[in-house]
Design a protein around this ligand. Structure first.
Ligand code: NAP
Length: 306
């Protein structure tokens, strides 16, 4: 594949940026990829492992001359980074991001985008519980969805080019508006994470009562929760602070359902429990049939490395 962009700048060098770099390199999608991270330690690690063609010590150097700048920092940091880099953006460049929440990012970043620069927010629905520059791998986005969330007045040419980049990185691309995105993600990602955090927290409290039995006899259900609950605390703090409305809406519904099931257990309503679990099992089958997960008990992630 020929280059989609001559120069791409990745700002923030964690799981998503490093996976983007390896995927861009795999597909030969850009002439040069520059990278910047705020801490010297991360930049050093990036240089050591060959992450990015050029790791820059300043934000200005990284974005200067870039045709595409992708913000790969926590959602709560995007506004400040956008403000700092704005004066150095090349006219005609596109700014995008990979944030897990879209409305808050658009509100925080949008006002800093200079005249003549395009803004096309995006969100790849792919990740692991690992973070940092060494956690990325080229296949992370393969057959996963990447949602583009164009803002009012987004240039169709800029959107099409970003689509080509994500498709080149292996993703399936769909466009969605920000509000809908935030609601869908509250259901499919944000609330499940909160529930996992809670369940592991409950087990941790219980551990003090039962000694180490929670760890020792950790069965599949709990183990799967602990994997999700190991996700980056900064990223997830920011997700809940910025997708407040949609998460609270879904949590409200979740609580109602939980109470209904609690009541079914109390009253011994086996039929209700059986019907409910039959319905939910079909959803799992649908996800596997759609190719969004495998039937393997490790969720197919073993060996999914560089
Ligand atoms: P990560 O591995 O934790 O890396 C985050 C990067 O952002 C690091 O380079 C870090 O710099 C930098 N950073 C952190 N706080 C910052 C601040 N206040 N100002 C400037 N830079 C800061 O994160 P990630 O998992 O790649 O996530 C990046 C973005 O992708 C987030 O917006 C997240 O919502 C989104 N996302 C994540 C996933 C996932 O599963 N992980 C999936 C889809 C989208 P230092 O290393 O120098 O501290």
């Amino acid at each position: 594949m020929s280059h989609v962009y001559e120069r791409v700048a990745l700002i923030g060098l964690g799981l998503i940026a490093s996976s983007m770099f390896w995927a861009i390199r795999r597909g030969d999608l850009a002439g040069e990829v520059t990278g910047y991270a705020r801490s010297a330690g991360t930049r050093e690690t990036a240089r050591r492992i060959g992450l990015c063609d050029r790791v820059c010590d300043t934000l200005e150097e990284a974005v200067s001359g870039a045709d595409l700048v992708v913000l790969c920092v926590p959602v709560g940091a995007m506004g400040a980074v956008a403000e700092a880099m704005a004066p150095h953006l090349k006219p005609g460049a596109t700014v995008s991001d990979v944030g897990s929440v879209k409305k808050a990012v658009i509100d925080a970043v949008g006002p800093h985008i200079p005249e003549g620069v395009h803004f096309v927010p995006a969100h790849p629905l792919a990740g692991t519980e690992h973070s940092g520059p060494e956690s990325g791998f080229a296949t992370l986005f393969d057959n996963r969805w990447s949602l583009l969330v164009p803002v009012v007045g987004s240039d169709p040419g800029a959107v099409a080019r970003l689509r080509a980049l994500w498709e080149g990185m292996g993703a399936n691309v769909e466009e969605m508006d920000a509000e809908h995105h935030d609601l869908v993600l509250a259901v499919t990602s944000h609330t499940p994470h909160l529930i996992a955090y809670t369940m592991v927290g409950v087990a941790d409290d219980l551990r003090r009562v039962t000694d180490s039995e929670v760890i020792k006899y950790s069965a599949a259900g709990f183990r799967d929760f602990t994997r999700i609950a190991a996700s980056d605390p900064t990223m997830w703090r920011d997700v809940f602070l910025t997708n407040k409305e949609a998460t609270l809406e879904i949590l409200g519904r979740f609580t109602e359902e939980l109470f209904a099931l609690q009541r079914a257990i109390r009253t011994g309503d086996g039929e209700q429990l059986f019907d409910y679990f039959t319905r939910t099992r079909a959803i799992r089958r649908g996800i596997i049939e759609a190719g969004q997960d495998t039937d393997a008990p490790d969720f197919g992630r073993a060996g999914a490395k560089k």
